[in-house]
Design a protein around this ligand. Structure first.
Ligand code: GSH
Length: 281
């Protein structure tokens, strides 16, 4: 059953291929990645935002090599190989995209070298940043897959899946700083990065799903017009970001990968969890 997923296109393409090409040389910090993976893209965006030296290593996580399982028993990308030991020569693994992102922000904290921190320094702001990063992972991302994997025989309707997804985006946007353009204000932060990979994949609903994404266009938001206008401002700022664009592959390579989600045939752990109503891996 897993074979459908092992046939994925083997490497990054488009802008992401150019970025990979300049990150193939060995480095103490290693990103074990799948070019197609939105969770990987979070960590990859952080590496780029903070101008951290790293080596990009392409993995097909649906075809788990023992050497990869030795690093991450969950067998998921992203996995980060971190310099460890007294001389930094040992490599120790980390996984879970949001945790990797925080680790990178903390380890490369010199703002002169690595730019503004991605987690605010004030404890209250930092906690708020975590609430909404968690909201992305616990509400928006699961609703994205329920909508994407909806089938005519699903126990819920596509209208329900769409409404749930859009409602979560609205709740998120209503909490954003009024001016922005980013969630916390003028600077990009962890919250923006947590959602960016799914933002740039929203086209898949118009491409694959009857009725499409269904987000109201300019002037069509009714009583939610202000919120949707704020969403568009946020979305434009994130989509234009160099780190987001350069970690994105060509659309035609994503189409077969997401076809499997849209047809609900993929055996990825994310898809299986979605199908059985369980928490995402
Ligand atoms: N919670 C994990 C999820 C990572 C994840 O699901 N990655 C997918 C690729 S997009 C994967 O490695 N899947 C392998 C599998 O499903 O067996 C994270 O945030 O890093």
């Amino acid at each position: 059953m897993g074979s459908v997923d092992t046939e994925l296109y083997p490497q990054a393409s488009g802008a992401a291929a150019s970025l990979v090409a300049v990150h193939t040389a060995p480095q103490p910090l290693k990103l074990y990645a799948g070019w197609f993976c939105p969770f990987v893209q979070r960590a990859w965006i952080v590496l780029e935002e903070k101008r951290i030296p790293y080596q990009y290593i392409e993995i097909n996580p649906y075809h788990k090599a023992q050497s990869f399982l030795d690093l991450n028993p969950r067998g998921l990308v992203p996995t980060l190989g971190c310099p460890a030991g007294p001389d930094g020569k040992e490599t120790k693994p980390l996984y879970e995209s949001n945790i990797i992102c925080e680790y990178l922000d903390e380890s490369y904290a010199d703002t002169a070298q690595h730019g503004p921190r991605l987690l605010p320094s004030h404890p209250y702001e930092r906690a708020r940043c975590r609430i909404w990063t968690d909201f992305v992972g616990s509400r928006i991302v699961p609703a994205f897959y329920r909508f994407c994997q909806h089938q005519p025989h699903s126990a819920y309707s596509i209208e329900e899946a769409r409404a749930e997804f859009l409602a979560h985006l609205k709740t998120f946007t209503a909490e954003a700083d009024a001016e922005g353009p980013f969630f916390l204000g003028a600077n990009i932060s962890m919250v923006d990065i947590a959602l960016a990979p799914w933002l740039i994949r929203l086209w898949i609903f118009d491409h694959f799903k009857t009725g499409g994404l269904g987000m109201p266009g300019p002037g069509q938001g009714g009583q939610d017009e202000v919120t949707w206008a704020r969403w568009r401002k946020w979305a434009a700022a994130v989509e234009e970001r160099r780190s987001v664009q350069e970690t994105t592959s060509s659309k035609e390579r994503y189409i077969p990968a997401y076809q499997r989600y849209a047809d609900n045939t993929t055996q990825s752990q994310v898809a299986q969890a979605t199908r059985s109503g369980q928490r995402l891996p």
